[in-house]
Design a protein around this ligand. Structure first.
Ligand SMILES: *Cc1c(COP(=O)(O)O)cnc(C)c1O
Length: 368
């Protein structure tokens, strides 16, 4: 029977049969007695496998879990031969921007950074490229790239990888839209409780095999406890996401109405430049938004220090709402992020408490 993703994430990855445990246990084991199929723990583990079963079903591919989102992304970028060409967004997750810079500097790859909202520019830069990396919505500017149009226009030899960290498989299905690879930082919404670091790649065919070999050879294996917790987090993703998304929209609207706010970036707002595309491509607008207040970086810092319900911290996607000044980092600066840009991750607290907290912090930021 075909099941919905909300059901798959609850029921998938469980042992079956009479007297089977309902949950795949936390397996703490590194080696196996000789003579069977399993040899050594770096090639696989029952706890990772349970998590991978569910993620693979959700994305419509094979899932390979890694020790972090960055490790998952690195394995994908390593598919590109030395001296090959990678096209990447001009503005996206700063950790990957830094890594691509390092790859260019050390002569491992040629990197072309392009405005990923401009499909023609992406396709133009992608001629002869080995891999195109897009991230939609992007971190932290919430830009929307057209996955289907980019997939459609690329040569068959060019791989298209999508960072789906902000959407999870519930809001966006890159493989179904024509992408070859989808990458998630499971540290964020999938884990959902700010208590683990993990990443996962979903893809098909020989690419899946190469990535599994990469994990074995280079060793970025997830821990069993992390895989157990990530699967436990995944079980409740659909309800967490629903609440956090509703909270994000309410917060975006409050910010949109505030005289102290210069602009709000949230794809769910009708005036967001990517709104129509996001509406087509996504099943919801996500839990992340960014904005700038009048008074620049100083006012932004005052605001983040004045919140009492939002935790002033980096990262995203947990049950707890987080807020930080994102634009003041060196790499964000280099990518052209406005220095006072504030990034907010909506959690699942009561919306009235979040709205009241943000309102009082705006007042403090403005009066300082
Ligand atoms: C956090 C993040 C990553 C990196 O994941 P880690 O689990 O921190 O290594 C990659 N992409 C995006 C969009 C992220 O937000």
């Amino acid at each position: 029977m075909e099941r919905h993703p909300e059901t798959a994430m609850v029921q998938g990855g469980r042992p079956t049969g009479p007297s089977a445990m309902l949950n795949t246990p936390l397996v703490l084991n590194s080696t196996f007695r000789a003579g069977g199929e399993s040899g050594y723990g770096r090639s696989g583990n029952d706890t990772w496998a349970a998590f991978e079963d569910v993620m693979g079903e959700l994305e419509g591919g094979e899932a390979i879990a890694f020790s972090s989102g960055i490790a998952a992304a690195s394995a994908v970028l390593d598919l590109v031969p030395i001296g090959g060409t990678i096209v990447a967004p001009a503005s996206f997750y700063m950790g990957l921007w830094s890594q691509l810079g390092e790859r260019a500097e050390s002569g491992r790859a040629n990197i072309h950074f392009v405005d990923q909202t401009d499909t023609a520019a992406v396709l133009n830069a992608a001629q002869g490229a080995d891999l195109v990396w897009i991230e939609t919505p992007s971190n932290p500017l919430m830009q929307i790239a057209d996955i289907a149009a980019i997939a459609e226009g690329l040569d068959r030899a060019t791989l298209l990888a999508v960072d789906g960290t902000f959407t999870t498989p519930l809001l966006q299905q890159p493989l179904a839209l024509g992408a070859d690879i989808v990458v998630h930082s499971a540290t964020k919404l999938i884990g959902g409780h700010a208590d683990l670091l993990m990443g996962v790649v979903c893809t098909n065919g020989p690419t899946a095999e190469r990535l599994r070999d990469h994990r074995y050879t280079y060793g970025a294996t997830p821990g069993s406890l992390e895989a157990f917790l990530a699967l436990r987090g995944l079980r409740t993703l659909s309800v967490r996401l629903e609440r956090a998304q509703a909270n994000a929209l309410a917060l975006a609207e409050l910010l949109g109405d505030s005289d102290y706010v210069k602009y709000v970036l949230y794809p769910g707002l009708t005036w967001h430049p990517g709104h129509a595309l996001a509406k087509r491509q996504m099943r919801g607008f996500g839990t992340m938004l960014s904005f700038e207040v009048a008074g620049g970086e100083r006012a932004a810092t005052r605001l983040c220090e004045a919140t009492q319900v939002f935790a002033h911290a980096t990262s995203l996607g947990g049950v707890e709402s987080l807020i930080e000044v994102r634009g003041n980092r060196e790499s964000e600066h280099a990518m052209g992020t406005p220095p006072g840009l504030i990034r907010l991750s909506a959690g699942i607290e009561h919306v009235d408490d979040l709205l009241a907290d943000l309102q009082q912090a705006l007042t403090i930021a403005h009066s300082g």
